[in-house]
Design a protein. Structure first.
Length: 295
């Protein structure tokens, strides 16, 4: 952390004009600034608004690998942080920067905290957000899992399959919705039943724009596709909304070869012995083939 000499001199003067500013950036690119000062402050091409009622509790910061954390408290507003957006998960994992600023000269400032939002709760027209520092990622499991099924996500850097090609992605319009999980889509492509099963449905327009769901069931219908999601999206989806559906993968070698012709990038270990094999005992005159699943 670099602190300008001007700010150090200001802090040493004994009479300070200090305020805290928060910059909140969601994964979809939405960015807003908040401050506990009684007037708006502007720096780095962003205005930090004073009418949001946002405040922060004391920071817990360490010099080791422990997680720096604090909490932010604020009022729900139609123009900043809304209850609908929190409920839809749009603020999950959002990046947070906290600055100590001389409001009389905003060029004199230093960053107090950088991290992301953790748990968010809401009640009584207000929200409480946990702020987690950069060291929090060190608590997450890392490394590769050795398992029979593929460990890659369809279309990611390890899978390398282009899901955008014709036949594997289709844009459609929602015709009807039943209980938020059963949708009838006017899809333009007509592959076999269960083609999109285990795939992704992404909403392109409407109140749920940007949200995704996992497809539980997929069948040809009278209009296009009858699609069922594993769980209801956290925002309303209605007829007329546009969605994009992506083919699903069950992460088995046979599917990788036959459906996607991508067996060279298969990231599983189909011949790895299972628990039954590990606990079995030798029997005279018999053999055990552990490679049959890979054929």
């Amino acid at each position: 952390m670099t602190v300008s000499q001007a700010l150090l001199d200001h802090l040493a003067s004994g009479i300070t004009t200090l305020a805290r500013c928060w910059r909140l950036t969601r994964r979809d690119g939405w960015s807003r600034g908040f401050t506990d000062h009684d007037g708006d402050l502007t720096f780095d091409d962003l205005t930090y608004r004073a009418d949001t009622g946002l405040s922060a509790r004391a920071f817990l910061q360490t010099t080791g690998l422990s997680i720096d954390n604090t909490e932010a408290l604020g009022a729900l507003s139609d123009v900043s942080v809304t209850e609908a957006d929190i409920r839809a998960g749009r603020f999950d994992g959002a990046e947070v920067e906290v600055w100590l600023v001389n409001w009389a000269d905003v060029s004199e400032r230093m960053m107090l905290f950088r991290g992301h939002l953790g748990e968010i709760t809401r009640s009584g027209g207000a929200f409480r957000a946990e702020l987690l520092g950069l060291a929090e990622v060190l608590n997450q499991p890392q490394g590769r899992v050795y398992q029979k099924s593929c460990s890659a996500v369809l279309g990611d850097g390890k899978c390398r399959f282009d899901v955008g090609q014709i036949g594997f992605t289709d844009d459609a319009e929602v015709v009807s919705v039943d209980h938020g999980t059963k949708l009838v889509l006017s899809a333009t492509q007509d592959p076999q039943d269960r083609w999109y099963e285990r795939g992704i449905l992404r909403v392109l327009s409407g109140a749920a724009e940007g949200l995704t769901g996992v497809i539980k069931n997929d069948r040809r219908g009278a209009v296009g596709r009858d699609v069922a999601l594993w769980q209801e999206l956290r925002a309303a989806i209605v007829p007329g909304d546009r969605v994009r559906i992506v083919a699903g993968c069950d992460k088995q070698p046979g599917t990788c070869k036959a459906k996607f012709d991508n067996i060279l990038n298969f990231r599983g270990f189909p011949s790895i012995p299972g628990e039954d094999r590990l606990l079995s005992v030798p029997v005279r005159g018999t053999t055990t083939d552990t490679t049959s699943d890979a054929k």
